[in-house]
Design a protein around this ligand. Structure first.
Ligand code: FAD
Length: 429
């Protein structure tokens, strides 16, 4: 079977022509990484009158941003408020909780303000419970977050199937603030507005090294020298060895997706008719959405195969028609995957390892909205906002414990977790 690139590249508006770096240059702020985080930071900086340049190793949106599921989920994947309090401390707890809970509304406001054409829709996010224990935990946690204004609602009985067309779930939590965007359209739209504001966005411009000398940063960008007063690192799951310890501070997991060509009304049937997005409570999460042209997108978790390539597609190819029986027999024409960056405490991290060097990453698979928050916050910091006034604490870069065995053993571990998930899921009846 032909394996094309992510569906989003086929359905997004064309990218602006890529700008290439053609010689030495200086800028006030150099941003490394041309995804949501880096481009949002660049936009904020350009609007503040800063001379800012983004350097992206591939083309704009090459990383997770252009491959994402595009679900805009207004929550950190931190189970309970106390877990967040423990991770960030008392001072930052309330700020961070409110920032995360408001992140979806913020993103939709931002998209409206800049009139970015990215099929943005805020019809709600359904998180379906795959078993009775998951239901109990999800309800307790949603009640705890509701005390902070999360606004979760609950679905029971036939409601989950009626609203989503999904089988195998009896209960769910709904977040009306959740929604979806076409992620590549959003990233290309951001590129457009950032350039219009004066940011320089260079594609195919890998930053190979950087050092601080004489009070400035000296970068080697595809063999060309670039100097900057400040560097923002926005490389998330694609982080390399540029900043000491950064790559090892997150666990890179893979997320996988499959999508159909446009389906007939009969084929797509009752699936997500109301425009909700759906995910579930399994350890290897499933997530799905229905596109305006009746294309179905279904996602899950995968792993890097020892010989290269991404494994785990067989799981979602099996799960998709089981979850949505009306999709039995449809062809899943597109398949792709990308890297998600997990942090040990499941909270995004902001670092400042050296003067004038700011890095933000670790969205734990919930980065569509939170990466925009992080990009904005890193821009504020670069513009001089005191660290103690930010919504994120500035933390030390710390190694993700037992990272190497977890990376090497991901396939095996996932197969085991999937077995447990499936046993519990079947028990729903
Ligand atoms: C398949 C998949 C599905 C997902 N689904 C969802 C979802 O539904 N909802 C949700 O909230 N989140 C989702 N996520 C997570 C979300 O997409 C990410 O958290 C978010 O896009 C991160 O944005 P970013 O800009 O920080 O990083 P990225 O978009 O990954 O950008 C980092 C960029 O840095 C560049 N780079 C790295 N090193 C260098 C270098 N040395 N020089 C120059 N450039 C460099 C890379 O090329 C890359 O383009 C998903 C992720 C994946 C992979």
């Amino acid at each position: 079977m032909d394996i094309p690139d992510a569906l989003w590249r086929q359905t997004a508006p064309d990218a602006l022509p890529a700008e290439r770096l053609s010689g030495a240059r200086h800028c006030d702020v150099a941003v490394i990484g041309g995804g949501f985080t880096g481009l949002r930071a660049a936009l904020e900086l350009a609007e503040a009158g800063t001379d800012v340049a983004v350097f992206e190793a591939g083309d704009v949106g090459f990383g997770a941003s252009g491959r994402s599921g595009g679900q805009v989920n207004p929550m950190l994947p931190v189970a309970r408020p106390d877990d967040l309090r423990r991770a960030v401390g008392k001072t930052y707890f309330e700020r961070m909780a409110q920032t995360a809970l408001g992140s979806a509304d913020d993103l939709f406001d931002f998209i409206r303000k800049y009139q970015i054409q990215c099929d943005a829709r805020q019809h709600g996010w359904v998180r379906a419970d795959h078993c009775a224990t998951a239901r109990k935990v999800a309800r307790r946690n949603a009640d705890l977050w509701n005390a902070f204004g999360a606004g979760f609602e609950f679905l029971d009985g036939e409601e989950v199937t009626r609203l989503t067309g999904a089988y195998g779930y009896r209960t769910a939590t709904v977040s009306p603030r959740g929604g979806a965007v076409q992620p590549m359209s959003l990233v290309r739209g951001l590129d457009r507005v950032a350039r219009a504001a004066g940011a320089k966005i260079y594609s195919f411009a890998p930053v190979r090294s950087m050092q601080r000398r004489d009070g400035a940063w000296h970068l080697d960008v595809a063999g060309m020298p670039v100097t900057a007063k400040t560097v923002i690192v926005a490389t998330n799951g694609y982080s390399d060895g540029l900043v000491k310890g950064l790559k090892g501070s997150v666990l890179p997991l893979f997320s996988t997706q499959i999508a159909t060509e446009p389906l007939t009304e009969e084929q797509i049937g009752p699936v997500l008719r109301g425009g909700h997005t759906i995910s579930d409570t399994r350890r290897l999460i499933m997530y799905a959405r229905r596109e305006p042209g009746n294309q179905m997108v279904f996602g899950g978790m995968g792993y890097r195969r020892p010989g290269g390539g991404i494994g785990g597609f067989s799981w979602i190819l099996k799960d998709a028609p089981e979850t949505f029986p009306s999709l039995r027999g449809v062809e899943w024409r597109y398949r792709w995957g990308g890297r998600v960056a997990l942090t040990e405490d499941r909270v995004p991290h902001l670092h400042e390892p050296q003067p004038g060097l700011i890095a933000g990453l670790g969205y734990n698979g919930r980065g569509v909205a939170m990466s925009h928050v992080m990009g904005r916050v890193m821009a504020e910091r670069a513009l001089g906002t005191p660290a103690e006034d930010l919504p994120f604490p500035v933390t030390k870069i710390a190694p993700y414990r037992f990272r190497t065995p977890q990376v090497l053993g991901a396939g095996l571990a996932m197969a085991f977790l999937r077995m447990r998930d499936q046993r519990e899921w079947r028990s729903v009846g």
